[in-house]
Design a protein around this ligand. Structure first.
Ligand SMILES: Nc1ncnc2c1ncn2[C@@H]1O[C@H](COP(=O)(O)OP(=O)(O)O)[C@@H](O)[C@H]1O
Ligand SMILES: CC(=O)N[C@@H](CCC(=O)OP(=O)(O)O)C(=O)O
Length: 288
């Protein structure tokens, strides 16, 4: 590549850099794409770059697979309802240790080693929650234990970090009215946070290339999806497991005024940069 080619690439990014200077992006970093160390470095370097060109990046992490491994080591069995982990007291202890004590701090350390400035924000300092119920108890709906649904968000810890040009790295836990710690699905927390922060973009980085029309066929990505089409897919049972909280929280965020919501394949190196700085439509865009 010649020097002129390199300069051309920089210049092609100029309109996007101009458009997104000072814009707020919430990036949900899924546990499903955190196990490959090289890939994690690529992704976090992209995050550092986004911040360096003036985008206000808020990172919110998951960690489902790491939690699963820790629970297994502790001899605790675990199950999910519609993508949400049923959480008893012992499970909650492990989740707090893994998300707040391991995953969050390791992301912060890596961002800093890559030249970024980052700080962990414990979700329990921001998210007030109520216990999540699948349906009303009189309709036979059951409690998922200590799974929380945000009722209010204190964005001050995030806003003050953004003002200091520090990347907030949010661990998705919440506090109940009773002072109890709750497990919030990271997608749910991301959608809620993006909505409350009125983010310009909400990006979910996960281990599939967006929403698939046929979950068995990795080439069946749906490029653009609106709430009506989501309802049809849900009725057909096409959206399962971890995709359910993603799509639900994405729709909620759009309703709350988030500009654009994208579901990207975090296994593709630099998927984030491609989405932000080029016209190449990767993954799925959810539209109002
Ligand atoms: N229609 C669908 N399209 C894409 N993925 C789907 C679909 N239905 C279910 N999934 C599942 O959702 C998973 C992503 O969610 P999850 O495992 O919770 O990842 P993350 O850790 O990124 O939140 C995919 O790996 C896939 O197995
Ligand atoms: C209630 C609930 O499901 N909480 C999630 C929190 C972590 C998470 O969401 O991690 P991913 O984004 O990697 O799936 C859990 O316990 O696994």
């Amino acid at each position: 590549m010649t020097a002129a080619d390199k300069a051309k690439i920089f210049l092609e990014a100029l309109p996007y850099v101009q458009r997104f200077r000072d814009a707020r992006f919430v990036i949900k970093y899924g546990g499903a794409v955190m196990d490959d160390a090289e890939l994690v470095r690529h992704t976090l370097r992209d995050v550092v770059l986004l911040e360096a060109v003036g985008i206000q990046v808020v990172l919110i992490h998951g960690g489902g697979p790491a939690i699963g491994r820790a629970l297994k080591e502790a001899g605790i069995s675990s199950s999910f309802v519609d993508g949400l982990r049923i959480t008893d007291a012992a499970t909650m202890q492990v989740i707090e240790r893994v998300l707040c004590g391991e995953v969050g701090p390791s992301i912060v350390a890596l961002l800093e080693s890559l030249g970024g400035r980052a700080r962990q924000v414990l979700g329990q300092r921001m998210f007030q929650v109520k216990p999540f119920r699948k349906a009303a108890p009189e309709e036979g709906g059951h409690s998922l234990g200590f799974v929380g649904e945000p009722t209010s968000v204190d964005t001050n810890p995030i806003l003050s970090l953004l003002a200091e040009r520090v990347i907030p790295v949010v661990s998705p836990l919440g506090l109940g009215e009773d002072g109890q710690l709750y497990n919030i699905n990271a997608d749910t927390a991301a959608g809620c946070l993006a909505g409350v922060l009125r983010a310009e973009k909400l990006v979910y980085l996960t281990d599939v290339n967006g929403v698939l029309r046929d979950p068995q066929d990795p080439r069946s990505t749906i490029s653009v999806l609106n709430p009506k089409e989501v309802a049809v897919l849900q009725e057909r049972g096409v959206l399962r497991g971890g995709m359910l909280p993603k799509v639900r929280s994405a729709l909620w965020a759009l309703q709350a005024g988030v500009g654009k919501v994208h579901l990207l394949d975090g296994r593709i190196p630099h998927a984030l940069l491609l989405e932000v700085f080029t016209d190449s439509g990767v993954g799925t865009e959810l539209v109002p």
